[in-house]
Design a protein around this ligand. Structure first.
Ligand SMILES: O=C(O)CCC(=O)C(=O)O
Length: 319
């Protein structure tokens, strides 16, 4: 396969201005069958070789699989990130000179899986701060609202609230009690301007990290719902870890209050950095000790939360 770095088409002025005003755009037919097949092959490989963390976070018996940093283990995903058109689109949307890859995340819901993705803002989960951040959601199966296509609250990236990080797997360690409670959007849908799309493989959602989004479980009787999210950062992004943010288990050299650096968050544009590119040749996985510490933090946080928060504050209507 030969790789083309430049996208078949750049995003238009209209797409960029809709991204800025709505916080999300759906780009139809953004990638062709070559890229799709590469990503699909990578995702299927990753599903068979889930990381320990992924196994822990997935409620596999209920038909839900989630994993992160696939590219550290799966060459197909790594190649899509390094050589695909994605970084160019991220550069346009963020208005950035430098584009770094933050991380990837796969979400699989088997047919009939009752595992909604709670409404959330991505930035509440992450150990970074900045404006120049964007995510791409790449479905590998046709999706509708009923088969767990993502829904967005139009323009919510401009709201001033920062909502608690509620994940499908309910990771208590990252729920910051000081953040705002997420409103029960599905209980009062008339109050919100909701956006969602019927999507086919090749279409991509591009969205701002503060745009509220979520999805129903997969109510389709026969079709899986597989998707890969790719997350990108630009020039103004700062490393800001805390015990209430997603831990990063991979090698990097980022310093608190300074920009991202090192092989966990490789630079893709204007061009990759040789040292980071060399490290990526070696498969990296979180150590068992890191995962144990993280597991203990989560259990401690869950116990603390149980006594401090009234459970209804975290509940959302998804029926
Ligand atoms: O696919 C999903 O259910 C969740 C995706 C999501 O929330 C994201 O990519 O930020």
């Amino acid at each position: 396969m030969s790789y083309s770095v430049v996208p078949v088409r750049p995003l238009t002025e209209d797409e960029i201005s809709r991204y800025d005003s709505d916080g999300v755009i759906m780009v139809k037919g953004a990638i062709d069958a070559n890229w799709l097949h590469l990503i699909e092959a990578g995702l299927e490989k990753a599903r068979l070789e889930m990381s320990l963390l992924g196994k822990f976070m997935s409620r596999k018996t209920q038909g839900y699989q989630m994993d992160t940093f696939l590219w550290k283990r799966v060459d197909e995903i790594r190649d899509a990130i390094y050589y695909g058109p994605f970084a160019h689109w991220a550069q346009q949307l963020m208005g950035a000179k430098e584009v770094r890859f933050f991380y990837d995340q796969m979400f699989v819901k088997e047919p009939g899986t009752d595992a909604p993705t709670p409404w959330h803002q991505d930035l509440s989960f992450w150990p970074i701060r900045g404006e120049q951040i964007t995510s791409f959601w790449i479905p590998l199966d046709p999706v509708t609202r009923e088969s767990s296509g993502l829904m967005y609250v139009k323009g919510s990236h401009k709201w001033t609230q920062r909502f608690k990080a509620i994940s499908p797997d309910y990771v208590a360690a990252i729920i910051d009690e000081k953040m705002d409670d997420i409103p029960d959007i599905n209980a009062n849908p008339e109050k919100y301007d909701l956006l969602d799309w019927v999507m086919n493989p090749g279409d991509i959602l591009m969205f701002h990290p503060l745009t509220l989004h979520g999805s129903y479980g997969n109510n389709h009787r026969t079709r899986r719902r597989r998707a890969l999210a790719l997350r990108w950062t630009g020039d103004d992004v700062i490393w800001e870890p805390s015990s209430k943010r997603m831990p990063i288990f991979y090698q990097h050299t980022s310093i608190v209050g300074k920009g991202l650096s090192g092989a966990a968050f490789p630079r893709i544009l204007p061009e990759p950095i040789a040292l980071e590119r060399n490290i990526r040749r070696f498969t990296e996985t979180p150590s068992k000790m890191q995962l144990l510490v993280s597991g203990i933090n989560n259990i401690t946080a869950a116990v603390r939360l149980k006594f401090k928060l009234r459970p209804p504050q975290l509940r959302q209507t998804w029926k």
